[in-house]
Write a protein that binds this ligand. Structure first.
Ligand code: C2E
Ligand code: CA
Ligand code: CA
Ligand code: CA
Length: 277
């Protein structure tokens, strides 16, 4: 970890290249952060393209460290996974997100769901399904208002085991999203093997609309294919009206991106929803 500016750190691109003493220090800081409430969730709105109604929110973790400053998730999730601290952190994220969406419902907005990112380390833990069901019971949230986001790259290694756990959660009514579809290697066979209810098209794919004509029909085909399988499609990283028009033309179900809103702190997210419904 190298110090730059006054209160922030530049992290090495690959966490494994961080010297060991820094990793141990990071682990100590992450544990401290967990115990001292330094993590916070922001919520990025997702909108139904057809009706412009709020479809839900994706919960995204931030770390506000008095020592390191504001640290985005890309810079600590990997170390949290390697130290297995992602297990308690992930459970906190799940519980906080479920409590948040309950407050949205209690304010009279009954439809929105909350999407939570899940790490493979959590999924492979021996009591993951039970943990999710316990949190749902304790928060009193109906499972159909929770969506768990998993990425393809992480499930490839233990596809059968993960598909089995996700199927059990889906049987309980939890929604399962395949995140980052189209980033790097994507396989339609994974799409068929996993019990997914939602496909999230990665922003690297959306970015190529409309300048790269090659990707336009492909994005449209992916939407049609997923919908043909009864899977809801969410486009991520939507930033321009040109992208929006294209996604409308192909009848994408939902969109998420800076064009509508950045991820917002809980209070602002609750204010945002009043402006759309
Ligand atoms: P992700 O799941 O793909 O989340 C979407 C990321 O894209 C978020 O970055 C979001 O702020 C950003 N984004 C949203 N709309 C736009 C847009 O229109 N343009 C651009 N350029 N970016 C947009 P963020 O919050 O920094 O999160 C980065 C990644 O960290 C997430 O990628 C996810 O993989 C991971 N992450 C975040 N929260 C959690 C968590 O609670 N648990 C785990 N395991 N991972 C998390
Ligand atoms: Ca995600
Ligand atoms: Ca769904
Ligand atoms: Ca994503």
């Amino acid at each position: 970890v190298k110090r730059n500016r006054k209160n922030s750190f530049a992290f090495y691109e690959d966490a494994l290249s961080v010297p060991l003493q820094h990793r141990a220090e990071m682990e100590r800081l992450l544990r401290f952060a967990m115990d001292n409430g330094e993590f916070v969730l922001h919520y990025q709105p997702q909108i139904h393209l057809g009706s412009s109604d709020a479809a839900g929110f994706e919960a995204l973790i931030r770390w506000n460290s008095p020592e390191l400053g504001f640290i985005p998730p890309d810079q600590f999730i990997k170390i949290a996974e390697e130290t297995h601290l992602i297990v308690p952190i992930g459970e906190w994220v799940l519980r906080t997100a479920c409590e948040f969406i309950k407050t949205v419902h209690e304010a009279g907005h009954l439809a929105p769901i909350v999407s939570v990112n899940v790490s493979v380390v959590q999924l492979l833990g021996h009591r993951y399904v039970e943990t999710v069901m316990n949190v749902l019971r304790e928060t009193g949230l109906d499972p159909r208002y929770l969506e768990l986001e998993v990425t393809e790259s992480m499930v490839i290694e233990s596809l059968d085991q993960i598909a089995d756990k996700l199927s059990r959660l889906k049987e309980h009514g939890v929604n399962i999203a395949l995140d980052d579809f189209g980033r790097g290697f994507s396989s339609l066979s994974h799409l068929m093997k996993l019990p997914i209810t939602t496909l999230k098209i990665d922003k690297s794919f959306i970015e190529q609309i409309p300048d790269n004509m090659d990707h336009q029909p492909l994005t449209g085909l992916v939407i049609r294919l997923a919908q043909g399988l009864g899977i809801k499609v969410v486009a991520e990283g939507v930033e321009t009206y040109a992208q929006l028009d294209y996604l409308k033309k192909y009848e994408c179900d939902c969109i998420q991106g800076y064009l509508f809103s950045k991820p917002l702190p809980a209070k602002q997210a609750r204010d945002w929803i009043k402006t759309v419904s």
